[in-house]
Design a protein. Sequence first.
Length: 383
Amino acid sequence: MRYYFTCVSVFLLFSQSLLIAQQKGESKYRGNEIVWEGINALYNEEHTRSVEILSKAREDFPEHPVVHFVWAVSDWLRSQAYEGAEASYVILENDLDEISKVYENLVKKYPEDPNYKLYLASTFGMKARVSLGKKEWLGVLYDGFKGYRGVLTVHRDYPDLKDAYLPMGVLNFYVGNSFAIVKFFAGLLGMDADRDIGISQIKEAAVHGEYSWVEAYGILAWIYLWMTREFESVLPITDSLRTIYPNSVYFQYLYTESLILTGRTKEAEKNLELVYFLAESRPPASRKGWIPTLKYQSAYLKLLDGDFKTALVLVTKSIEEFNTELDTPLGFGYLLRGKINDLLGNREEAVSDYRSALKLNNYTWAMDEAKIYVKKPYQGTDD
């Protein structure tokens, strides 16, 4: 049953992957310029300003296909930053109920416009995201499949709509990276379940998507950093994203990670100072999630500098204070502490850390390395 839920939840975990950013070319929809202003504020983590702009845009341009969906996401992220994940689900659930009715009416009014169908499907995906956070599994199944079927239909019927390539690509990559039984269920649903096809589709959205290109590049960066280890390829992507959205803690964090993993430690140290500054200025709930993650990067830099004891203190704080839903940083935290313990001669503690990482089983390359070093001690960066 665990694998069955994994297959279903891949879509909903990335249903927000249809967020938009800077416009490419002209749009046929009225109010596009104002909507972009709200979207760019969202990506730059100016959540209150984003909600205000998009709320007004919904009133003035109710037939814009994207405005309702990104308003709901922006309202959710603002609530998450100020009140925490649990409270934010109540806000998101109410907003999604509201906009699903709007999209259903727009689909009826404009049955030939695939964008309304695409964002209606994405709304169901986000409803499943709420159910996942609340551990309501029937809701996960019902809305997750409903959302997936909608995106798949749009993708098949409108192959020139490049934005639909993003959720399909994310699905195919992650399911293609999963267990055989997950791939089996995915095949029954019509997925390609191939990670190479998935990456190709995400790239298609990044290069040619009208609405989804920034999010597509962000997902590619995540894959390159923590799944496929293409560190030199990711650096120009994260550099561009943090340049376009300099106030984004997330994009600056990705850039710092890229610098660390490509050996540009001095630049990484300088940028990490900026990320700490940005994170400290965030609302309490957001700050509580970011600071432990940044301590991991500080620990990594101390390790590379040969200061193992300080690195051990920092990574332990990162693990103990960990406070985000996605456990990728936690897995790498356990891996890093295991390596440090090995270098300090604490083999028993190191093995315990590697095993803690492996329990997460989150498909990142941290799992690959933990499997190696649980059997033999880590001896340094070149071993």
